[in-house]
Design a protein around this ligand. Structure first.
Ligand code: EPZ
Length: 418
């Protein structure tokens, strides 16, 4: 079993390049199914979620190679339109394959993605969006069967779901006529997906706003694309410097995509400076509590940054209130932070973090992807040594968390334990 050992309370100093974005590369890899021609995707991070996505592409009949950070997908001959439960269970966001398979094959069969550590993960909006485009959806025994000839439609989302917006975009590309997606998610990863689809020759506009328009039915060609940097990984590393004190420089990331997080860290006492593709942070030895943090769809405070920022704000003068509005169960890291001496009270969607003078190294366990990263952030600000297990969660979204934090000057080692 792999574990991280982290020696805390050493101010950081270093520089690190930010990996490709997990939440961008996953839908882009699904979108490679839309054209029978080869696609080359650069800046593809070495994540287990990416490996699982490539396994599904291979299962569907694609030729897939992965050299360095470049993935090549040859989807000329698809041999199957069904994703087995064994592959679906590995990753909930496989539901994004629905739109791409419907677009390319006219049918798709997969199992309900089920819930995850964050609570129930319904896909009702995905299914109603696909039905608006003409797909028939049937469910039997936990399996979903979708089929139909797609035609353009007006889709109004009751909430700006990221995955549903992506599924609707991918299926609308093959739908004859014009599709508008209203109340679409505005995340930067949606813009990245649109830019990739444009590379393939699709006619998609409006990503980044609440209304996306797709003129579907065109035959698409292959293409080559470089995935954007991961803004949540950048938030994680900024929080690590804030937690440990010191300074850090992040390369290859656009600060404007995480300004809600940098403004919180600035209010807490850090100094953040940016150029078009770097972010530098200088953190004091002690932070102060900030105004309430409410997670919201982009451009609001990202739910994926809630845990790591909370970890950085455990040792502050004063308190900070968090309100988690996006998921039902996204405070699973709180009990583990309390094992390190944090003073956090939760009640439903609200968590109150009372600043404590110090945190103490402890043996802690990852509960989910961002919760696990949060424990590493807290350990960097804790006195003594911490051991972090459950790294499988972290490997889903961080290509090399230990290596990146070490590049920032952290005393962290990944090792195998019996
Ligand atoms: C994406 O998940 C991200 N995952 C999540 O990142 C991120 O937290 C989330 O967007 C919100 O930003 C990927 O992109 C792979 P949603 P997604 O659909 O698409 C409800 C991480 O840590 N909802 O925008 O699943 C849903 O229950 C992961 O990298 C419905 O009710 O998120 C949730 O409360 C975690 N019905 C809210 O919408 C639906 O049909 C937002 O979910 C779909 C969603």
């Amino acid at each position: 079993m792999s574990v991280f050992t982290i020696e805390g309370c050493h101010p950081l100093s270093g520089s690190v390049a930010i990996q490709g974005a997990k939440n961008s590369v996953l839908p882009i890899l699904c979108a490679t199914l839309l054209s029978p021609e080869t696609c080359v995707i650069h800046n593809c991070p070495r994540l287990t979620d990416v490996e699982h996505t490539l396994d599904i592409l291979r299962h569907l009949g694609c030729q897939v190679t992965w050299e360095g950070d470049t993935v090549t997908v040859g989807p000329s001959k698809l041999t199957c339109c069904s994703i087995p439960d064994t592959l679906m269970r590995e990753m909930r966001s496989s539901v994004i394959f629905l739109g791409a398979m419907l677009a390319r094959l006219g049918q798709a069969e997969l199992s309900y993605p089920g819930g995850c550590e964050l609570g129930p993960r319904p896909i009702d909006l995905h299914l109603s969006a696909l039905q608006s485009l003409g797909a028939e959806v049937r469910e039997a025994g936990g399996r979903l069967f979708c089929a139909g000839r797609l035609t353009g439609a007006d889709i109004a989302l009751s909430l700006p779901s990221v995955g549903c917006t992506e599924n609707a975009m991918l299926s609308a590309v093959a739908a004859e006529g014009v599709t508008t997606i209203t109340n679409a998610a505005r995340e930067p990863e949606i813009v990245d997906l649109q830019n990739f689809l444009l590379t393939l020759g699709a006619d998609v506009r409006g990503a980044g706003s609440s209304v996306i328009t797709i003129r579907g039915g065109k035959t698409l060609h292959g293409g080559e694309y470089t995935v954007m940097a991961d803004r949540i990984v950048a938030c994680t590393y900024l929080s690590a410097v804030a937690s440990a004190g010191g300074e850090g420089n992040l390369r290859g990331v656009d600060w404007r995509l995480l300004s809600t997080v940098t403004s919180v860290l600035t209010e807490a006492g850090c100094r953040v400076e940016s150029t078009p593709d770097t972010i530098s942070i200088i953190a004091p030895r002690r932070l102060r509590g900030v105004r309430p943090i409410r997670t919201a769809p982009y451009p609001g405070f990202p739910t994926d940054a809630q845990a790591v920022v909370m970890a950085a704000l455990c040792k502050t003068d004063g308190a900070t209130v968090f309100v988690e509005n996006m998921f039902d169960s996204r405070y699973r890291h709180v009990d583990e932070l309390k094992r390190m001496g944090a003073d956090i009270r939760t009640d439903g969607r609200v968590a109150v973090v009372y600043g404590v003078p110090r945190l103490y190294g402890a043996k802690v366990r990852s509960t989910d992807l961002r919760g696990g990263a949060a424990l590493a952030v807290a350990a960097l600000g804790a006195e003594g040594e911490s051991t972090l297990t459950g790294l499988g969660h972290i490997d889903r979204g961080y290509a090399d968390l230990a290596g990146d934090l070490a590049a920032l000057g952290a005393k962290i080692v990944r090792k195998e334990e019996k």
